[in-house]
Ligand binder design. Structure first.
Ligand code: FAD
Length: 429
């Protein structure tokens, strides 16, 4: 069993692409995932000098490790929760903007000429209990009224047309959801960012940001760079170098497994419409076929914040075979994991640090485990914000990026919360 991302088989990570650092740039982007690359692309196309500084190899973060599953990621609080927290207008704006994320990414891939095996076959989300099915149906009515989302309830009697699992009590199909190959998408972005004139420096960790009169001295593991502005695009990997952001982020580890190739008949029986899949669990499970349709890729929360591949493989295989007992005797070819970024209000955040004061530190992060489409959209919006251009606004600009007293960035309380959630899921609450 390999302990690297299955996606890296078709799009291997390149190790030897270090570059010489320039003495100064207009903008230093920290983090070489989708957010950082999309920010850099927008800036470079506008003629701004920009460098992307990445601590690891290119694609070391979540952007090449994820399930490649795309959806609007409607807010966890649901429509009524959102309205209660933000009022009707902002709640509606957030949901409508979210509904556009997949279209945005599809158009972006086309206009950037990136072949990332994008396919839009919809998502089936199974209901673990009859009461979950009822809740889904009510929420769908509200969402259709608020956003016009294209979705339909699938009763238990029709469920066999959607999934080979007997576990569910019906579910919902979101017709607009999609999938892509995240590492191919990342490679395409890297190529286009370089072509647009930006520099990309892998293996270059930012250790310290020192404010000076004209901007920042960005101190890295490979030397210092002067930058007028800085964009922090580090999501689940946000470290002490930006402690003010770190204490607003709850890093969590998500893990995935890939099966060895399966027979086409078995795949067809389990996932008849080749959609992407998830369910109503608190600790969500997500699964799909590989881009070539030969394997099943299955993901969920990892055993803990530290990477523990063998324990993760065991945990995930257990989850997977509870959903699909037909896979009990199949072996696992890959297990891997990465960090995602939760936030205290379950929403992603974008803006300029210092509460709107002109201090030159911009950020976009906190995608709460659903960041492939969101990070691409937020990255390009962040680029526009740095340029001071129109159309940089998002409904998310108005959200306060909360922290909690005494929280410094280590979510010591999460293991007990996750264990409790696992227990509730196990017994179907
Ligand atoms: C296993 C897994 C499955 C997932 N599945 C899905 C899915 O199916 N659908 C979906 O929408 N989302 C999914 N996600 C979430 C999605 O991958 C992320 O939200 C998204 O990739 C975030 O992109 P990013 O560019 O903001 O962050 P990342 O891609 O994580 O990049 C951040 C980068 O910052 C770098 N960095 C941090 N600190 C420094 C520093 N001091 N100096 C230099 N560099 C630094 C890190 O090395 C890292 O490469 C999944 C995530 C994981 C881990």
């Amino acid at each position: 069993m390999k302990t690297t991302s299955y996606w890296w088989e078709a799009a291997p990570r390149s190790q030897n692409n270090n570059i010489e650092l320039p003495p100064s740039v207009d903008v230093a982007v920290i983090g070489g995932g989708f957010t950082g690359l999309c920010t850099a692309l927008t800036l470079a196309k506008a003629g701004v000098s920009v460098i992307v500084l990445e601590a690891g190899v290119l694609g070391a973060g979540a952007s090449t490790l994820n399930g490649g599953m795309l959806g609007p990621s409607f807010h966890k609080l649901g429509l009524s929760g959102l309205k209660a927290k933000y009022g009707e207008q902002l709640a509606n704006n957030i949901l409508r903007e979210s509904l556009g994320f997949v279209d945005y990414l599809e158009d972006f891939l086309l206009s950037e000429n990136i072949d990332a095996d994008f396919s839009r076959n919809g998502r089936f989300r199974g209901a673990l209990k009859p009461s979950h099915y009822e809740l889904m149906a009510t929420e769908l009515d509200n969402l259709v009224k608020a956003t016009g989302v294209e979705a339909e309830m699938i009763p238990k009697t029709q469920q066999h047309l959607e999934t080979g699992s007997q576990l569910f009590h019906g579910g919902i199909v979101y017709h607009g959801d999609a999938g892509l190959h995240p590492a191919k998408y990342h490679d395409g972005l890297v190529k286009n960012v370089k072509q647009a004139g930006a520099l990309i420096a892998p293996n270059t960790r930012v250790d310290h940001l020192k404010k000076n009169t004209s901007g920042f001295e960005v101190q890295t593991s490979r030397g210092n760079i002067l930058a007028a502005k800085v964009a922090i695009c580090t999501n689940g990997y946000t470290e002490k170098v930006t402690q003010d952001l770190r204490r607003r982020i709850l890093p969590m580890r998500s893990a995935m497994i890939a099966t060895n190739p399966l027979s086409p008949q078995l795949i067809k029986a389990l996932m008849p419409k080749n959609r992407v899949y998830s369910d109503s669990r608190r600790i969500v499970a997500y699964y799909r076929t590989s881009s070539d349709g030969s394997r099943i890729l299955f993901g969920s929360r990892a055993t803990g914040l530290k990477d523990n591949p063998h324990a993760n493989a065991q945990l995930l295989k257990g989850f997977m075979t509870r959903i699909f007992p037909q896979l009990s005797s199949e072996s696992i070819s890959h297990v891997w994991s990465g960090l995602v970024a939760y936030t205290f209000d379950h929403a992603p955040h974008i803006g300029q640090f210092g509460g709107g004061k002109e201090d030159g530190v911009y950020y976009a992060m906190g995608y709460c485990g659903s960041g492939v489409a969101r990070s691409s959209y937020f990255g390009s919006k962040l680029g526009l914000k740095i340029l001071g251009k129109q159309k940089s606004e998002t409904a998310f600009d108005e959200l306060i990026f909360e922290t909690k007293p005494f929280y410094t960035g280590t979510p010591w309380f999460m293991p007990s919360i996750l264990s409790w959630h696992r227990l509730l899921d196990r017994f179907g609450f």
